[in-house]
Design a protein around this ligand. Sequence first.
Ligand code: AP5
Length: 242
Amino acid sequence: MHTQKYSSATKSISTKLLVLLGPPGAGKGTLADQIAAEYNIPQISTGELLRLHVRRKTVLGTRARTRADRGLLVGDDLVCDMVARRITEPDCARGATLDGFPRTIGQAKWLDRYLDKYYREHVPFIVLKLNVEEEELFRRLSARRLCSSCGRAYNILVRPPNTADACDFDGEKLITRRDDAQDLIHKRIRVYQQETLPVANYYRDKGQLREINGNAPVHSVAAETMRILQDASFPQRQRQCR
Ligand code: AP5
């Protein structure tokens, strides 16, 4: 694991740090959008950050693509480094929703160390695990489409574009994610079971895990999430980053 130092100052971080865990297609990204709207905290999606690097053809993007296109996880060092850079941006001063990170035990332990080292006053964050039946995951991912230009997400079953195959915002062509091919969905689910379920157990043992029935419609999953966050006194107050 890398040892690079990202900030000489120790900061405080609000309790609005939330981790979303769940298999591919569980609805992590969809839920993170709604949490962002409700609590005004940004979503940090490691999958989306990696896809951005791929679209920009960076060195990191090239390395990531060879793994992601095979349904495999990208190396911990690379992903942790990306999160460390993103979480120190000003819009994360009040917290963030980590969508799809951490997804290995190595990443989870890195996050604990990172927060301990660089953030004074950080309190244990909440980890929400979305549980969804495998058949439903295939149904959702087979219907997902992305804008080839801006990356906006659609679903031909539950969130269709106004015009078939065209993005509502820029009119560009909608495409299917490479890793949403049937064989790769299958592989990603297996990788989730092997690499990421232990992360859920790690947080369960630490008393940080909450589980949600993610098979329900989007609005029900969102409502249940907001209830959990309120019960956990997910605070509205703001602390200043030092
Ligand atoms: P990533 O992009 O994170 O993919 P993923 O985890 O496989 O998750 P998805 O984006 O497929 O699904 P989601 O749970 O966000 O569901 P969504 O809301 O889109 O990662 C891609 C790759 O990058 C990885 O395979 C790996 O290679 C690499 N990577 C990323 N993070 C990494 C890390 N930390 N470490 C190492 N490698 C990493 O919803 C899916 C569809 O269902 C949508 O069409 C949506 O409209 C629909 N939908 C959502 N909710 C509902 C609902 N309740 N009812 C009906 N439909 C719904």
